[in-house]
Design a protein around this ligand. Structure first.
Ligand code: FES
Ligand code: FES
Length: 209
């Protein structure tokens, strides 16, 4: 997948930290970036924090998570780069592909288009929060494993989160209804028929559970 540049940084290349530099810094610093260690330095301003951050508490996957966020920060960014929940994928980063889908109070949302500070006091569930504590997969996850319904898998978490939300409200959908319910998610590998097979099987497992 071609790398996308953050226009906020790319237009200021040379004077500010680019997205590539930032991500390389994250990778070099370890898989999980703690809120305490996350700082972007302002150009020429040693030690100054860029953008201004506030410490807030989020409810993510049933647990309180304290994290410093910028006012303009998206939930997808916070989940991936501050809380280490990289199961949430960033594809288009502009509310088109659905790969960043998470549940907020049981309703699917594109987390790339939700500001983190707006979800305080709400329940956020990511793909990491679907399996039970003993490691047993959610029925929709198990169905994906059993059907081998995806190719590269990049879009998988988003599809699963959307399916989980849809099937809660429509437990016995037709194939066409389920396809409609998942129409906000795109797959670059275009494996839609297999994906629907997997999701229909997930619906069946959920009904049996
Ligand atoms: S990354 Fe959020 S919709 Fe594409
Ligand atoms: S994007 Fe590759 S399986 Fe969907």
């Amino acid at each position: 997948m071609p790398e996308m540049e953050d226009p906020k940084t790319s237009e200021n290349r040379g004077s500010r930290v680019t997205r590539r530099q930032f991500i390389l810094g994250v990778i070099a610093g370890g898989a999980v970036v703690s809120a305490a260690s996350y700082k972007i330095l302002a150009p020429g301003g040693r030690g100054r924090v860029w953008g201004g951050e506030r410490l807030i508490t989020l409810n993510v996957n049933g647990k309180p998570r304290r994290v410093e966020v910028m006012k303009q920060e998206t939930l997808a960014w916070t989940l991936r780069y501050k809380l280490g929940l990289t199961g949430t994928k960033l594809g288009c980063d502009r509310a088109e592909c659905g790969s960043c889908t998470v549940l907020i109070d049981d309703v699917p949302h594109y987390s790339c288009s939700v500001l983190t500070n707006t979800v305080r006091g709400r329940k956020v569930v990511t793909i990491e929060g679907l399996a039970s504590d003993d490691g047993k997969l959610h029925p929709v996850q198990q169905a994906v494993v059993d059907e081998q319904g995806f190719q590269c898998g990049f879009c998988t978490p988003g599809f699963i989160m959307s399916a989980v939300a849809f099937l809660k409200v429509h437990p016995n959908p037709t194939r066409a209804e389920l396809a409609q319910g998942l129409s906000g998610n795109l797959c670059r590998c275009q494996d839609y028929s297999k994906i629907l097979d997997a999701m229909m099987r997930g619906a069946e497992y959920l009904r049996r559970a």
